[in-house]
Design a protein around this ligand. Structure first.
Ligand code: NAD
Ligand code: UD1
Length: 350
């Protein structure tokens, strides 16, 4: 079976490519490298000992996209490609709507034309907007608070309409909670551009000496230590969740949303402490005002994914910290370092 992975060079995509190859799937990667480097794919080849085709294509470009479908027999698509920075989406909403929505519509049109009707879509816990009841189940109230989140909600709706128009589609909407960590090899991991917005990459860049001090946004929430609580999930567990979702699509038509989280919440200070303990590095921090738009507490009810997909995240917060640190300290500049000199390029960049 051949799986087309859009955005496969990115953080979650590259980890999922590893799990797909190791599970015996053939893969084809499509990425425009707007937020990633081809080097991540060379590392995927290095970890797995397998090669695969890569297309450097923008999903917004319909003509080039058709080449991928006409030249290959694709069984299913995992669709990661999209812009994902909340703050940036507020600054340049049109770019976000154009990239994420047009890209997805082009992809679905091509899938329909070539009779590829199995799709796993990267949604986000951000579609739950301001959270009400906890833990958050899939039937909780939806509502996004920024353009990025709205692209995810809109795409979920577009995909529901698509299924309504043709019940031969099988679609999984995977709502990720907070992916962190890296592959245990230390060869692939998260490589944010510029100063990280998210907590874990910020912590690891403080640890490696690239940033001086962590700003903790808010210590006056009504949580056990006043800092925000999130459901951090190891990126390898998340990647495995995609394999379970694909297996489920093989036997079931329909469209279903699934939370991918652990069901456990950790505070910012919990994560700082776990990181210090796991790595022996100290993380200086200062308390700052709350970050606008942040919820106090957010964690998943993971029951549906457990019952219907047989998916359960197993990697601990300690492992998330150790694996992040292994990646960060051996690749202090992410994929822009020069550790690649002697590595063999097994990916075919077309
Ligand atoms: P990422 O930026 O590392 O990966 C996305 C990849 O898509 C990048 O390689 C980028 O170059 C590519 N891309 C973007 N637009 C494209 C286009 N028009 N055509 C072709 N390629 C394009 O992000 P990630 O963290 O791996 O996230 C993957 C998906 O999961 C995204 O859709 C994101 O919104 C979603 N998601 C991520 C998180 C998270 O915390 N990382 C949480 C929830 C949901
Ligand atoms: C953020 C996005 C969310 C997106 C998710 C994954 C916002 C408002 N939300 O979620 O839409 O799906 O990333 O990409 O941007 N924190 C600090 N200091 C920092 C960074 C974060 O204290 O330097 C705190 C935050 O206040 C929060 C927790 O750490 O309590 C986690 O933050 P982050 O990693 O940015 O994830 P989310 O806010 O959950």
């Amino acid at each position: 079976m051949t799986i087309l992975v859009t955005g496969g060079a990115g953080y979650i995509g590259s980890h999922t490519c590893v799990e797909l190859l190791q599970s015996g799937y053939e893969i084809i990667v499509l990425d425009n490298f707007s937020n990633s480097k081809p080097k991540s794919l060379k590392r995927v080849s290095e970890i797995t000992g397998k090669s695969f085709k890569t297309y450097q294509i923008d999903l917004v470009n319909r003509n080039k996209l058709e080449d991928v479908f006409s030249q290959n027999k694709i069984t299913a698509v995992i669709h990661f490609a999209g812009l994902k920075a909340v703050g940036e989406s507020v600054q340049i909403p049109l770019e976000y709507y154009h990239n994420n929505l047009t890209g997805t519509i082009n992809l679905c049109e091509m899938m329909r034309k070539y009779e590829v009707k199995k799709l796993v879509f990267s949604s986000s816990a951000t579609v739950y907007g301001s959270t009400g009841d906890l833990p958050i189940a899939e039937n909780s109230r939806l509502g996004a608070t920024n353009p990025y989140g709205r692209t995810k909600l809109m795409i979920e709706e577009i995909l529901r309409d698509l299924y309504e128009s043709d019940h031969n589609w099988s679609i999984a909407l995977l709502r990720y909670f907070n992916p962190i960590g890296a592959h245990s090899s230390g060869l692939i991991g998260e490589d944010p551009k510029g100063i990280p917005n998210n907590l874990m990459p910020f912590i690891s860049q403080v640890a490696v000496g690239k940033l001086e001090c962590l700003n903790i946004y808010g210590n006056d929430y009504s949580t056990k230590d006043g800092t925000g609580i999130r459901d951090y999930i190891h990126v390898v567990d998340l990647a495995i969740g995609h394999i379970r979702a694909l297996e489920n699509l093989e036997n079931n038509n329909g469209i279903e949303a699934f939370n991918l989280g652990t069901g456990t919440g950790y505070s910012v200070l919990d994560l700082v402490n776990a990181f210090e303990k796991a790595t022996g590095e100290s993380i200086p921090y200062v308390m700052k005002e709350r970050r606008p738009g942040d919820a106090a507490v957010c964690f998943a009810d993971p029951t549906k994914a457990m019952e219907q997909l047989g998916f359960k995240a197993t990697r601990s917060i300690e492992m998330m910290c150790e694996d992040t640190w292994r990646w960060q300290k051996t690749n202090p500049n992410g994929y822009t370092g020069n550790l690649e000199l002697n590595r063999k390029d097994q990916a075919t960049v077309l």
